[in-house]
Write a protein that binds this ligand. Structure first.
Ligand SMILES: NC(=O)C1=CN([C@@H]2O[C@H](COP(=O)(O)OP(=O)(O)OC[C@H]3O[C@@H](n4cnc5c(N)ncnc54)[C@H](O)[C@@H]3O)[C@@H](O)[C@H]2O)C=CC1
Ligand SMILES: O=C(O)[C@@H]1CCC=N1
Length: 272
């Protein structure tokens, strides 16, 4: 494999597969021509083909030419895909990166019936703009494979290594989490409109405020309550609003939603 310019096959070019491809190209990690995108209906990939990506519905062919193979189909679509590509592993050992939720490295090897090198990665859709929080894990892939996957995902955001048992939790907190925070921003903008701002202004104001809050934590390595204490003037309007939100179950709703998502993520493959 050429470590600086690997040939990458992304099997299942839907939301996350395409976000990953675009993120890698934007980061200068790969040229479109070095990335093969597969999908059953290749017509849906026409704009990507026009942008220089290789596109095909032939998963086996895509794997045969690749150094890195990304599995990006739904959990319930995975076994059929693995059946298609299994013959390629008799002749070569490309690195398999699975972003599929709820499927372990051992599940993948068991279905392939091959001792494949498998690393799991759990990115989120902000990968398209180089802002993903990506968790990576493996059970028995060599250290250099894990290193390579971390470096790959570091070019499109921030990656951390976790134990594989925590991958379903990472799915809920980070991959689903993007949607949870987007909903929170949307709710804030709806509140903003009710108190006087046009919808597009309210959304911009809410989004930039959320970005500032996240950056306070990341750039200052601070704790949320430390930063909240700086906002809440005694007898002020912030603490009044904050306490009302807590009376209405704001933190509780987020915690419970994350727990439900984690539980569901663990059942996606085995229970459908
Ligand atoms: N959407 C997200 O934010 C994230 C999704 N994931 C995981 O990534 C996987 C894909 O999720 P999405 O992108 O949301 O789903 P999606 O439905 O948008 O994408 C899956 C794609 O795979 C294609 N496909 C299905 N069977 C195929 C086959 N045999 N050969 C080639 N293409 C095939 C489908 O046509 C579709 O375009 C899931 O396992 C999900 O759990 C992980 C992290 C984040
Ligand atoms: O909703 C889902 O099941 C996938 C996994 C994480 C984000 N999207």
């Amino acid at each position: 494999m050429n470590p600086t310019n690997p040939r990458i096959a992304i099997l299942g070019s839907g939301n996350i597969g395409l976000s990953l491809a675009k993120g890698l190209v934007k980061a200068g990690m790969a040229e479109p021509a070095r990335i093969t995108l597969t999908r059953r209906n290749t017509a849906a990939l026409a704009p990507l083909a026009a942008a220089g990506y290789a596109t095909t519905s032939n998963n086996l062919g895509a794997v045969q030419g690749a150094d890195i193979v990304v599995l990006a189909v739904l959990p319930q679509q995975l076994n059929k895909l693995l059946d298609e590509i299994a013959p390629a592993f008799q002749h070569a050992q490309p690195l398999l990166i699975s972003v599929v939720s709820g499927v372990s490295c051992a599940d993948i090897r068991r279905h392939l019936q091959q001792p494949a090198r498998v690393v799991r990665a759990m990115p989120n859709t902000a990968i398209a703009i180089g802002q993903s929080m990506t968790c990576v894990a493996t059970d028995e892939a060599p250290e250099e494979d894990l290193d390579l996957v971390e470096r790959l995902f570091d070019t499109v955001g921030v990656s951390i290594r976790i134990n594989e048992e925590l991958m379903t939790s990472a799915t809920a907190l980070c991959a689903c989490g993007i949607a949870f925070f987007l909903r929170a921003i949307r709710a804030a903008s709806q509140g903003g409109t009710e108190i006087g701002f046009h919808a597009h202004d309210a959304l911009k104001m809410a989004a930039q405020t959320a970005k500032g809050a996240a950056d306070l934590l990341l750039q200052l390595a601070s704790h949320p309550e430390q930063e909240i204490d700086k906002v809440t003037s005694p007898k002020g309007c912030t603490i009044a609003g904050l306490n009302e939100m807590e009376h209405q179950g704001f933190s509780s709703a987020m915690i419970k939603g994350i727990k439900v998502s984690a539980d569901k993520a663990g059942k996606l493959y085995h229970e459908g």
